[in-house]
Design a protein around this ligand. Structure first.
Ligand code: BDR
Ligand code: CA
Length: 320
């Protein structure tokens, strides 16, 4: 089984990455060591509550949940997209928050403890701003090297950003944290908007999942969340008549369990931490000059059709 810590800022597409992982837990492929929430899409308290409700609802309330480290950030959160509860009001129809925010451990402490307990064994899936990972590295220098692998959803190389013309949300939210994490090892896997912009989860896909077991309350939740993200949420796009929203964060799960859907290259990724117009940009040097170092694997291409089909099939298993 692959030991995983998911560092996440739900609602939104984070919930789909979490549900995909839970299906793989159910199928015996994954041991979900902890879910560490982060400030990002919404504030730390709300991402914690959202993750707790989803874990409770799906029967996984026993999984340890961390609360996000709160730091001054470079941009605003995205509550204007995701609603005050991170899921467009759907929290009201879910069972209560199960984990106790006040007594929960901070996400960075959980990351440190677990990586020390299982050196070289844990894969960190980072689908939020990198605040928690950076805080862990600052408290315990060298700790991130103890992860088996770090897989980040973030950045934009050859495509525009989604918060500024050049910057992607997870990087732009805390640029110093991002730079620190990218400098912490030389093999971080980066799944940027270049590939995740192709991952349009449609209403038809949600309905296919729903129809496979419409008695299961999670089935209805998936349809409602998809509807909210597609129609209500401001920045999620409607492309050439295909109505849907982008499941950015799900790409990290695909990288691990459906590797045939992604093509990657070695690269040195640097983060612009200062520029007036460029802050938060992720940069690769594609000139024909020798590179002094590399720190990452960057996704170049994605087979979106097969990736999304795999997600749909695994969501069906989750609700079966
Ligand atoms: C990233 O930002 C968040 O809003 C999404 O959940 C994803 O992690 C995409 O830029
Ligand atoms: Ca996210």
């Amino acid at each position: 089984k692959t030991k995983i810590i998911l560092d996440t800022d739900p609602g939104g597409d984070d919930i789909f990455a979490l549900l995909w992982l839970l299906s793989l837990v159910k199928q015996g492929f994954v041991e979900l060591i902890a879910v560490t929430t982060a400030e990002g899409n919404v504030n730390a308290k709300t991402t914690f509550a959202c993750a707790s409700q989803v874990l409770n609802f799906t029967g996984f309330a026993q999984i340890e949940l961390g609360k996000g480290v709160v730091e001054p950030t470079d941009i605003e959160d995205a509550a204007y997209i995701h609603g005050a509860d991170g899921m467009g009001g759907l929290s009201e129809s879910l069972p209560d928050v199960k984990h106790d925010y006040r007594n929960a451990r901070y996400s960075d402490d959980i990351i440190i403890d677990k990586l020390n307990a299982y050196p070289g064994e844990i894969t960190l899936l980072a689908v939020a701003p990198l605040t928690n990972l950076a805080a862990a590295e600052i408290k315990s220098p060298g700790i991130l090297k103890k992860a088996k692998e770090i897989i980040v959803m973030g950045g934009a190389f050859a495509v525009p950003g989604n918060v500024t013309s050049l910057a992607e949300f997870n990087i732009a939210f805390n640029v110093d944290a991002a730079q620190l994490v990218f400098n912490s090892r030389n093999d971080t896997v980066v799944l940027s908007l270049d590939v995740t912009n192709e991952l349009i989860f449609t209403k038809e896909m949600a309905e296919e999942v729903y129809l496979s077991n419409s008695q299961n309350p999670v089935a209805k939740f998936i349809v409602q969340l998809c509807e909210f993200l597609t129609y209500t949420s401001l920045t999620y796009r409607q492309t050439e008549g295909i109505k849907g929203f982008l499941v950015h964060d799900a790409a990290t799960v695909a990288y691990l369990f459906y590797p045939e859907t992604l093509l990657l290259q070695r690269a040195q990724v640097d983060i612009e931490t200062a520029g007036k117009f460029t802050k938060g940009q992720t940069i690769i040097d594609n000139r024909h000059v020798a590179k002094a170092s590399v720190n990452a694997w960057v996704a170049l291409q994605v087979d979106a059709v097969n990736l999304l089909a795999s997600l749909v099939e695994d969501l069906k298993v989750l609700i079966s």
